[in-house]
Design a protein around this ligand. Structure first.
Ligand SMILES: [Zn+2]
Length: 389
């Protein structure tokens, strides 16, 4: 496996990563643009672009937000630097922390803005998670599908064409495009990278216990709809020198944004709103790819010159050994799975994860169901609707 000479990423990064002859990864190469580009000019080009959207409807633009990540900085920038009046849009992940809920409440109050929020039926959410965990080895498919489609539907329905997102992960993490490409939101990137190749139309290829009406909250508008509504999604990270650590320091001081310490997180401020994303989802990521959210955080710190690679590497190793059993057990209990299922999952990381997961949890659970002599409830986890309420 090739490892970058500068950061902590390897060639199995799920977004795809390239290496030059010296062994520097495409993410680190692209990061160098941040010190070369004229960011004042970039801001000018953004101001020039957004002026056509001002005062065209009730809102100038849509800003998708959560109770964490970069939401405060994005809203601050859109309101105070671009002078726009956004509609905030939030897709409820269902799993929330007190800090995340308070951050979201505070966000609309301190900026004095409207917020539209969608919350899916939790029974369907549970079924979707059972399906994606068994077939894709992931928990967060449903909320990524939701948070990438809700703002686009609202754009179409309210006639607010401009959507302003924060960072483009393909640019930030692996240098997929130059900042100067002004890359925009696309259905294709959403499906291939955000949703691991399976969008809401294709989720039915798995043996799942829900129908199209159940997942209407995840529907991405048709190309014709988007053409008619002129919907355009841009990424602020192409126009602003993106540095989440500095941005978080700023919003904590200025707006009272709250963090939360998770055992596996180097930063307190990245995702304080979701107890699942930073615990079991992060361990699943490590099982599949050998790294976690902390690796993303420390790689950013190396690139911004705030930590050296050796120190980051040793911190990374020690964070990746940590676990948050309480949160994981709570989640498994909610899902209707046992601790044993999780331990079995940990034992099976040597082969390709998705393949092994399917083999173990689908085939074996079917086999056990078929064989009345060897009923073992522990093997039924995530099987054919065994735990559906
Ligand atoms: Zn690198």
């Amino acid at each position: 496996m090739i490892e970058c000479i500068a950061c902590l990423y390897k060639d199995n990064h799920p977004l795809g990563i390239l290496f030059n002859e010296e062994g520097l990864c495409s993410g680190c190469s692209l990061h160098q643009e941040k010190d070369i580009l004229n960011w004042d000019e970039r801001k000018e080009s953004l101001l020039n672009m957004v002026k056509d959207y001002r005062n065209q409807s009730s809102y100038d633009c849509i800003v998708p937000v959560t109770g964490g990540q970069d939401s405060y900085f994005i809203v601050h920038y859109v309101v105070n630097e671009l002078g726009l009046r956004p509609l905030l849009v939030n897709f409820n992940r269902v799993f929330n922390t007190r800090e995340g809920i308070e951050n979201l409440q505070r966000l609309r109050t301190v900026f004095g803005l409207d917020l539209q929020q969608a919350t899916m039926n939790p029974v369907v959410v549970k079924r979707i998670i059972q399906t994606t965990l068994a077939n894709l080895g992931t928990i967060n498919w449903f909320w990524i599908a939701g948070q990438t489609s809700l703002p686009v539907r609202i754009s179409r329905d309210l006639g607010v064409p401009l959507i302003i997102w924060g960072a483009h992960q393909g640019v930030e993490q692996v240098g997929m495009y130059s900042h100067l490409d002004d890359v925009e939101m696309t259905r294709r990137y959403r499906k291939e990278h955000d949703l691991m190749g399976v969008d809401e139309k294709e989720i039915f290829r798995f043996d799942c216990a829900f129908n199209e009406a159940d997942i209407s909250q995840l529907q991405y508008p048709s190309d014709l709809d988007l053409l008619n509504s002129n919907t355009k999604g841009i990424y602020l990270s192409n126009y602003v020198r993106w540095d989440p650590y500095q941005q978080h320091e700023f919003v904590v001081k200025r707006y009272g944004y709250q963090g939360r310490k998770f055992a596996r997180s180097y930063y307190q401020f990245d995702n304080p709103d979701c107890p699942v994303y930073m615990t079991i989802q992060d361990e699943l990521k490590q099982m599949k790819f050998g790294y976690g959210k902390v690796t993303d955080q420390l790689t950013r710190e190396i690139r911004h010159g705030r930590i050296d690679r050796e120190k980051a590497k040793s911190l990374n190793n020690s964070y990746l050994e940590k676990t948050d059993s309480d949160s994981i057990l709570k989640f498994l209990e909610w899902l209707g799975a046992s601790r044993r299922s999780y331990e079995l999952l940990e034992l099976n990381t040597s082969k390709d994860f998705a393949e092994k997961f399917r083999e173990f949890y689908i085939s074996d659970s079917k086999k056990y169901e078929d064989d009345e002599q060897s009923q073992d409830k522990d093997y039924d986890v995530f099987g054919k609707g065994v735990f559906i309420d």
